[in-house]
Design a protein around this ligand. Structure first.
Ligand SMILES: [Zn+2]
Length: 483
């Protein structure tokens, strides 16, 4: 299945490796014309959920930021993997992965000295050539760059997450948001991680797309009045001790598995968002971070995972209580106060972060919507995700039919409906092409159209056909949207 998804993906312009004519670089992918439309649709759904439904604000910050930002956040010191290289063939390895695989035990979190001791004791060599491995060192995953020339030249880094850049303007956002909590801020944009050897297509990229929401809250009120609307939702949970269970969100909060009603509420919103995107919810579960993997400042962290046929467990969103750690860190280094005054109490707000991976979501949509049947392979995208809403076909290229078809196509364009015009090959072939990229409606203009002003509308999934008056077409297509 993966091969066929990749084949359609490259051939039809969903995603394909970047810089192909120069041999490509691992971890960089282009969005082609079809993939770009899908990605826009994903981002717009996220906006609807958070900006419209939750009343959050959206911002956009630079991707390149000065060293201070990453010194304060801790990334300069801690955003690193422990590495070793083969002295003979030069192959690089993540030391903890290599050692962990060799001894069949998790060693994440051990220091350089401890890992080197195990490496020596177990006589671990290069898996590729059997060569000796070099000393272990810390490899920072941020891309380094410089701003300006000469004496004023400053070190800067491509951001490894959008979150920090959102925090920097907290004072302004507090004022703009009229000094109220909770205050939610969404940022959609690119982030960068100089991964050691990314090999999982768009699941692990060096330049990737995130949608990160920072919900600034009163530490004494990590709650929401909306919890009642989601409390009965049943979820599959993997807790921090790797115990799996099915329970309602109400029971998960009651049993103190999920630490706050606010986190539980946002986990449900994320599940609902993925469902709206077309991701198979039967393959989703909530997973709590273990005490070892959770950041030291976080009191509770959860992922929503997708069980991919190809890549195993894929983390689609992380929801984390980051406490006041980040705002405090920026207050300390910048000297600017991040305190707010709310009803006579002065405090630094806490942050609940909701961090979506957009590229990963897109992959999981492809895997969830992929169908093979008697007509071949195609994607059953929800209408909200489909790159084009309709394809318009003239039955033949003569007798005034192309002119009529172009008139219909123009109506769709004027109604701001993304659609395609396809005049080449048999009708069957054109249906297949439209289906392949998940187009919900195919519209054929034939000889009857010239007589009675109706066209044939064929629905992708049921393949049902009906005659629709040209004048009613736009309304019919829009009504089908369930807005
Ligand atoms: Zn080697």
């Amino acid at each position: 299945m993966q091969d066929k998804i990749l084949d359609i993906s490259r051939r039809r312009g969903i995603t394909y490796p970047s810089f192909e004519i120069y041999g490509g670089i691992a971890g960089f992918y282009d969005y082609g014309p079809v993939g770009k439309r899908i990605k826009e649709n994903i981002e717009n759904l996220i906006r609807e959920f958070y900006v419209i439904d939750e009343g959050f604000m959206e911002v956009e910050c630079p991707i390149l930021s000065p060293e201070d930002v990453w010194a304060a956040s801790g990334h300069l010191e801690n955003f690193a993997d422990l590495m070793t290289e083969c002295k003979k063939c030069g192959a690089p390895y993540r030391a903890d992965h290599l050692i962990g695989r060799h001894i069949g035990k998790e060693v994440e979190g051990l220091g350089i000295k401890e890992l080197e001791e195990i490496m020596e004791r177990e006589k671990i060599r290069c898996p590729k050539c059997g060569g000796e491995l070099d000393r272990i060192y810390s490899y920072n995953l941020m891309f380094e760059s410089f701003v300006g020339p000469g004496r004023d030249k400053k070190t800067a880094y491509l951001r490894p997450e959008t979150a920090q850049t959102t925090y920097l303007a907290f004072r302004r956002l507090w004022e703009i948001g009229r000094k109220r909590l909770p205050l939610g801020v969404l940022q959609i944009g690119r982030s960068f991680r100089n991964e050691i050897s990314p090999r999982q297509g768009i699941i692990r990229l060096r330049e990737f797309n995130q949608a990160e929401i920072q919900v600034f809250v009163d530490p004494e009120r990590k709650d929401t009045n909306e919890f009642g609307t989601v409390s009965k939702t049943k979820v599959r949970i993997l807790d921090k001790n790797d115990r799996e269970s099915n329970m309602s969100l109400a029971d998960a909060v009651e049993g103190e598995i999920i630490k706050s009603r606010l986190i539980a509420y946002h986990l449900e919103r994320a599940l609902r968002l993925f469902e709206t995107m077309g991701i198979n919810t039967r393959k989703l579960n909530l997973r709590q971070h273990t005490d070892e993997e959770r950041a030291f400042y976080s009191t509770d962290t959860w992922d929503v995972e997708f069980r991919s046929g190809e890549f195993g467990r894929v983390e689609l969103v992380g929801i984390s209580d980051r406490t006041s750690y980040d705002l405090k860190a920026h207050q300390n280094l910048s000297g600017e106060s991040m305190e707010v005054n709310l009803e006579g109490r002065r405090f630094i707000p806490h942050v609940i972060e909701i961090a979506y991976g957009i590229d990963r979501s897109l992959y999981c949509i492809l895997e969830s919507c992929y169908v093979e049947d008697d007509r071949g392979a195609y994607f059953k995208f929800p209408k909200r995700i489909a790159p084009y809403q309709a394809a318009v076909f003239p039955l033949v290229n003569k007798d005034g039919i192309p002119e009529k078809a172009e008139e219909v196509f123009k109506r769709l364009k004027q109604a701001r409906i993304f659609s395609l015009y396809d005049r080449s090959g048999t009708i069957g072939r054109r249906y297949a092409r439209a289906d392949e990229i998940g187009t919900p409606f195919s519209i054929t203009i034939d000889y009857d159209t010239l007589n009675d002003g109706t066209v044939t509308v064929r629905e992708r999934d049921s393949r049902k056909q009906e005659r629709v008056k040209i004048g009613e077409l736009v309304n019919r297509l829009f009504l089908n949207f369930n807005f």
